[in-house]
Design a protein around this ligand. Structure first.
Ligand code: PLP
Length: 463
């Protein structure tokens, strides 16, 4: 594999860049006190799964850019070329008109999503989800006399960082100190069997029944939509148990509730199918996506829905409030859809869905092997290249491992040159799952190196 940094000669000039970063950049999700004594890491270049930082150190990235994003790997010249060609032709137009890449990507996307037919462009996963919430609210006003406005979300799921999407955060600490929040968002129980709330056979069905209980408590006439991650990401890498999804679909149909699947993480191949929901045979009314859509080569998010939903917004010339009165300025950038078209071609032509299934199975098998030797691993779970190992103090009590030691494992992997993740740091009880989500191009040797680093880190931290 070619993993030589091409900008070696610029390395010596990068200390000024690091100083500028330290002085002026406010990093995401970061405590900044440590930067008073240590330099922030600044990445300079990437190729495949390999990254180089400003000091010239090489890393193997097992988390696709930190947050499950770079599905096709770093350094894709064909995406850069396609974006460049498009930008010099036409970079942008937004509002009531279209662009060539916008039209062509929507068509290609819909080919992969039977039953859905309309694509609404924006910039981030949060924004794509907010669009759904606005659509649901407008449908409520226009078609249900203000009823059916409530949106249900699930404990442990996450849907974004805006005030609206934080109102649907099933990870409560994310929302702490950012309220007050808008009304009409109601939580349903999580479905992680490892931390079961019900002692019952048929756990998946029981966990879905819990959604119905909330609907009946709130009044079905008040509930318009249910939003779920297909596989919960930051809340602990949770694959819903057998029997869950058919019952969820049935409940939504029974009570005329729109089903919104948040594919911001799973979309575009992460679980080995184009979309996570396609593993479970369900038919959503809304699908949102962002991260892997253009693998971070450009900003793009999509809210996809059915013709039936779209019809509810058909412009009524007699009613100036009849259409969806929403815009996203940068939803008109052509860089997003043109990068997304090339991203999709790469996934298809390089057989990355198949690779994701094969390498995901290897990764889970390796993690299960580690479980045999490391009692701190309480559970291993995942789907495709979206794998987690939950760390516990004691397998019998399942007491979650403390954050300091989970982060010590992450840090030890980093010291070996392997970047792994852990579920959200600020969430006690949820921050104890090691996360692996390498690019869909990952090789068997890279998978083994990643899990080998975890093996060494667990031995170093726990003996
Ligand atoms: N939905 C899910 C499932 C996510 O994991 C995230 C981000 O991690 C979002 C939505 C928000 O996406 P963004 O950060 O692009 O707004």
């Amino acid at each position: 594999m070619e993993t030589t940094m091409t900008q070696t000669d610029t390395r010596n000039d990068l200390s000024a860049v690091v100083a500028a970063d330290r002085a002026h950049v406010w990093h995401h999700l970061s405590q900044h006190k440590p930067f008073e004594t240590t330099d922030p890491r600044v990445y300079v270049e990437g190729k495949g799964l390999t990254l180089w930082d400003a000091t010239g150190r090489e890393f193997l990235d097992a988390v696709s850019g930190g947050v499950w994003t770079v599905n096709v790997g770093y350094g894709r010249e064909s995406i850069a070329d396609a974006v460049r060609d498009q930008l010099v032709k036409l970079n942008y137009f937004a509002g009531a008109a279209g662009t060539v890449p916008g039209a062509l990507f929507a068509e290609r996307l819909i080919e992969k999503m039977p039953g859905l037919s309309r694509v609404y462009y924006s910039n981030s996963g949060s924004e794509a989800n907010e669009k759904v919430y606005k659509m649901v609210r407008q449908i409520s006003h226009r078609h249900h006399g203000g009823k059916k406005s409530k949106i249900l979300y699930r404990e442990r799921d996450y849907h974004g960082t805006t005030i609206g999407t934080l109102a649907t955060s099933g990870q409560k600490q994310r929302a702490e100190q950012y309220g007050p929040f808008p009304e009409g968002f109601v939580e349903v129980p999580h479905c992680l069997e490892y931390r079961a709330q019900w002692d019952t056979a048929g756990y998946g069905r029981r966990a879905a029944d819990a959604i119905e209980e909330v609907i009946l408590r709130e009044g079905p006439e008040t509930v318009g939509c249910l939003v779920l991650e297909p596989v919960t990401a930051g809340g602990g890498v949770i694959v819903p148990p057998e029997g869950y999804w058919p019952r969820v679909q049935e409940i939504c149909r029974t009570y005329d509730i729109l089903l919104h699947i948040d594919e911001v993480v799973c979309g575009l191949g992460r679980t080995g199918t184009w979309f996570g929901y396609q593993n479970f045979g369900i038919e959503p009314d809304f699908v949102t996506m962002a991260k892997g859509v253009a693998s971070g080569y450009a900003a793009i998010a999509c809210t996809v829905t059915t013709e039936a939903v779209f019809d509810l917004f058909k412009d009524d010339a007699a009613d100036p409030l009849g259409h969806f009165r929403d815009i996203s300025t940068f939803g008109g950038c052509t860089s997003g859809p043109v990068a997304a078209l090339e991203n999709m071609r790469i996934i298809e032509d390089e057989g990355l869905l198949e690779n994701t299934k094969a390498m995901g199975a290897r990764c889970l098998a390796n993690l299960r092997d580690l479980m045999d030797r490391h009692p701190v691993i309480g559970d291993v779970r995942g789907m495709g290249l979206f794998c987690g190992a939950e760390l516990v103090v004691d397998r019998a009590t399942k007491e979650p491992m403390d954050e300091a030691r989970v982060q010590a494992v992450v840090a030890h992997c980093l010291s070996q040159g392997v970047i792994i993740g852990a579920t959200n740091r600020s969430l006690p009880g949820y921050n104890n799952t090691l996360c692996l989500s390498p690019a869909l191009t990952v090789t068997a040797a890279e998978i083994d190196r990643i899990t080998g680093a975890i093996d060494a880190a667990l031995t170093a931290v726990f003996g």
